[in-house]
Design a protein around this ligand. Structure first.
Ligand code: UDP
Ligand code: MG
Length: 324
């Protein structure tokens, strides 16, 4: 029998986790030949998520959980979950049922057909607020035009992968993780399964606009250094233009003497250069920040509680004939 681990990041999902498990169990029950286990990752929830997970674990031996000491973000939660998987296949999905479990049988089918990964993508962005949808489109356009890692626009973090692909993802040890890019970067053969966007009915979205903006900037700076090259080229161009300008002014002054007009143009040039320099420093700073964070090499997350070690010890005992 093949084993499938389902990794579920949860942040304040008390309203959703039980419905999630029930719904997913209903779908997976129809898939013979596979043993599904769950690794719920409580990302420092402040509601009843953790106590619900403990209860669910008591009631179902295929349910496991990891709990962080504080909120480390969805990326960290996914990473922790993946690190603790052992199954032949791994599924990553959200707890809020916005990733329909009904797609799992199709994913299994595609993986059986020999693909390394079956990933869900939204056929529409309907139901998403206008502004968020616009910024999201802008982000993908901008990021994909800069980076060699082309991220499909409607991809969501709902996918089934082979052990080999999961190990490849885990081999990328960066602290600042951007999974949407990492999934593409590691390669492997991915089939896309489109689905209609589902609105969240349980609990609320955990993203703020600021959070999304940071996510977008991280996405770009994690996967391409083209912005650095762009500002370098732009700086070089400005340098050459200013040299020419100085030369012309010098000659003009020597030939025709000093003339007073020119405040407006001077001001324009100064402001423009000032702005460009500021912006460039900002972009460089963004990369330095990444280097700084990577150099500190802090753990991606800190675990506070889990049933997994206990589960393993129990397993080992069960297999050990001396104990029987
Ligand atoms: N999530 C998390 N940590 C966070 C934010 C979100 O583990 O800091 C989880 C959340 O519980 C959910 C998934 O990530 O299972 C997606 O979050 P959400 O539904 O809020 O995002 P959206 O669907 O609006 O993109
Ligand atoms: Mg959601």
């Amino acid at each position: 029998m093949k084993t499938v681990d389902i990794v579920v990041p949860c942040y304040n999902e008390a309203e959703a986790v039980e419905a999630f498990l029930q719904e997913t169990e209903r779908v997976t029950a129809s898939l013979g030949g596979y043993r599904f286990s769950y690794i719920f990752v409580d990302d420092g929830s402040r509601d009843a998520t953790l106590s619900l997970l403990r209860k669910m674990q008591q009631e179902n031996e295929r349910v496991h959980y990891l709990s962080f000491s504080r909120n480390f973000g969805k990326e960290a939660a996914m990473y922790a979950g993946l690190q603790h998987t052992e199954g032949d296949y791994v599924i990553v999905m959200d707890a809020d049922l916005q990733h329909p479990p009904a797609l799992i049988p199709q994913m299994v089918e595609q993986i059986e057909a020999g693909h390394d990964c079956a990933a869900a993508c939204r056929s529409t962005r309907d139901g998403e607020k206008g502004l968020r949808s616009l910024f999201s489109r802008l982000f993908y356009r901008f990021s994909n035009s800069l980076s060699d890692v082309k991220m499909p626009q409607n991809a969501v973090d709902f996918r089934m992968m082979t052990r080999q692909m999961v190990d490849a993802i885990l081999s990328l040890s960066e602290v600042e993780r951007f999974s949407k890019g990492i999934f593409v970067w590691v390669g492997f053969d991915t089939v896309w399964i489109p689905y209609e966007n589902v609105e969240r009915t349980l609990g609320t979205s955990k993203w703020s606009f600021r959070g999304l903006l940071k996510y977008a900037i991280d996405g770009i700076t994690s996967f391409t250094i083209k912005p650095l090259k762009l500002i370098r080229n732009f700086g070089a161009l400005l340098f050459v233009i200013s040299l020419i300008y100085i030369l012309i002014t010098l000659i003009k002054t020597l030939v025709m003497g000093i003339d007073v007009p020119g405040y407006a143009s001077l001001l324009c040039v100064t402001l423009f250069l000032g702005g460009t320099v500021q912006l460039s420093i900002g972009v460089v700073g963004e990369y330095i920040a990444h280097i700084y964070l990577e150099a500190k090499d802090r753990p991606v997350y800190i675990l506070k509680e889990t049933d997994l070690a206990a589960a393993k010890a129990k397993n080992d005992r069960a297999e050990d004939p001396a104990d029987a």
